[in-house]
Design a protein around this ligand. Sequence first.
Ligand code: GLY
Ligand code: MN
Ligand code: MN
Length: 438
Amino acid sequence: MITRKEFSRRRKQLMRMMGKNSIAIIPTATEQVRNRDVEFPFRADSDFYYLTGFREPDAVAVLIPKRPHGEYLLFCRERDPEMETWTGRRAGTLGAIDSHDADDAFPFSDIDEILPGLMESCDRVYYTMGSRPQFDQRVMEWINRLREGARTGMRTPDKFVSLEHLLHDMRLYKSRSEIRVMRTAAKVACSAHRRAMQACRAGMKEYEIEAELLHEFRRAGMVPAYTSIVGGGANGCVLHYTENSAPLNDGDLLLIDAGAEYDCYASDVTRTFPVNGRFSAVQKALYEVVLAAQTAAIKKVRPGNHWNDPHEAAVRVLTRGLLKLGILKGKLAELIRTDAYRRFYMHRTGHWLGMDVHDVGDYKVGNEWRVLEPGMVLTVEPGLYIPAGSRGVARKWWNTGIRIEDDVLVTKDEPEILSDAVPRTVAGIEALMTNATV
Ligand code: GLY
Ligand code: MN
Ligand code: MN
């Protein structure tokens, strides 16, 4: 878990970068209706949670560096015994101060009265515009109110600065405790994948395997970091397949992309394995190409290399493999130059990973790919997808979707694979599936 001390350190670091005469306004997410009287499980906004560790809805964090009466203010729901009987316990303003280290706290319902006054003496407002339209509107109303007051001598902030620029760069570099949390999330994802491999039998439905994944997540107190993808046979070629409703056929591959979220940190892991526990010669041939591509890509996850190096390594190995298997025809250099692989590999080799599955952080600095540095975490997830009807491709390859995805930490030297506890080699997968005890 992330400690209160670390949340406080993050706020201090952000405030140092913001400088004097500035204010940051960071609202959390809003509850979303699923259907009449039923809401989706609430998940705090990642930026908000990163700075506060506060899990309740209807909350706004305000940071005002060097403010004599307190730099960190939290607007939150008030205690209300009757409401709490229905919807759960609340920290209240006292809890915000005592348990969450706010210097001062106010009822969320008073925000319209209080916030303009806090903005008044600031020059710069740090705020993320565009991701919460209703809240944007409110911020604008506060500003307008101040502008009206300007005629009577009130000061108004004259600069809106994007908060993401500072905050997302902080989030890109994971601290020791963040890495610990991410290791734990990845470990539980691995247990889930192992359990799925061991439980899998021809004739089961994809959702039965999804249930095995959920079992491992929930027994560890975690939730899925995103909707699990459980796609047998042809469904493995649908990149974001989440219906998870088809029967699993003997002789097909099963692609599972599933990760656990722990304390708001994600893991993101994919394995592809044979439903019946044994790869056919055709499946094995293609699988080995993807695995070799992943190995080559992971090797490139080193400080000093560029963001795109793992992708380029994967593309080279994938293209060479497709050429060798006769799925692509031509000259290697030419096939790479013309992106011929894209027909069978239409996504990139990875993304930053953190509180969001597709985490924040720039991939380019200026016009250059970002240089990898220790503390960054990314996924490495090459794949090959050959749907039925692929023209010019022998039928034996059809309906094969393969992806292998791991979570990788950039360290001073060798990359650390956080999700190493589930096999990815043909021999490793077959051995685990033969000794199937759940
Ligand atoms: N699970 C989403 C992704 O692999 O990017
Ligand atoms: Mn991913
Ligand atoms: Mn994934």
